[in-house]
Ligand binder design. Structure first.
Ligand SMILES: CSCCC(=O)C(=O)COP(=O)(O)O
Ligand SMILES: [Zn+2]
Length: 204
């Protein structure tokens, strides 16, 4: 296999995510596309803040399987769903920050609507704080194939953009490459913190 030029950037992103406290314990999983039919994804159960290149497994998008008997992330099916349905997706980051975990529970509807923030423009294609950024929220499930099917069904009428939240679980976001996925993660995390603080202060 030729070297995946995005893997170094992904490793750096994983270490940065660890330092930010967005993947506590063994939480989170990260991947990069490897051609049309595969991705490189984190092995299940690792501390994502101290990964090395050997902790990534080559997984076939169609089967979700990694050769060699090692176990890819428990949430591999969500990554492969994104690479398969959105061919422009080059990297996927899934994190367990406190803000994404809490906000996805506080917001009981099926979407978090962000509006009025200049930092919305950290998301590709967003040009004004006056527009709405809609981040879907799906109820968490341990049945990843069923969850992936629900997300696909929802995306038929509302195409996915940037990321989605799993209630009480965390954020999955992506980009055309690691740099874009990382910018989306940092932008969304900033927006989540603002939104949570705004709701707390306005509730008083
Ligand atoms: C305490 S982490 C629970 C599983 C999870 O949500 C996660 O993101 C990590 O799972 P993985 O199999 O990718 O290590
Ligand atoms: Zn998770």
């Amino acid at each position: 296999m030729t070297e995946n030029l995005q893997l170094g950037a992904l490793l750096a992103a994983c270490h940065w995510i660890g330092q930010k406290g967005w993947s506590p314990a063994t939480g989170g999983n990260m991947s990069v596309r490897e051609g049309d039919a595969h991705c490189l994804i984190t092995e299940s159960g690792k501390d994502k803040g101290s990964l090395t290149a050997e902790d990534f497994l080559l997984v076939e998008l169609e089967s979700g399987l990694a050769p060699g008997g090692r176990r890819p992330s428990a949430e591999t099916g969500l990554h492969t769903m994104l690479y398969s349905r959105y061919p422009e997706t080059g990297a996927v980051l899934h994190t367990h920050s406190v803000n994404s975990t809490v906000l996805s529970r506080v917001e009981r509807s099926g979407a978090l609507v962000l509006e009025g923030y200049e930092m919305q423009k950290s998301l590709s294609g967003q040009t004004s704080h006056l527009d709405q950024v809609v981040i879907p929220i799906f109820d968490n499930s341990q049945d990843i194939p069923a969850l992936a099917q629900k997300i696909i069904a929802s995306s038929e009428h509302a195409p996915l953009q940037y990321g989605f939240l799993l209630r009480g679980h965390g954020l999955t976001c992506w980009g055309r490459d690691v740099a874009e996925a990382r910018r989306h993660l940092e932008g969304l995390e900033f927006l989540f913190q603002c939104e949570l603080q705004r709701r707390l202060l306005e509730a008083k």
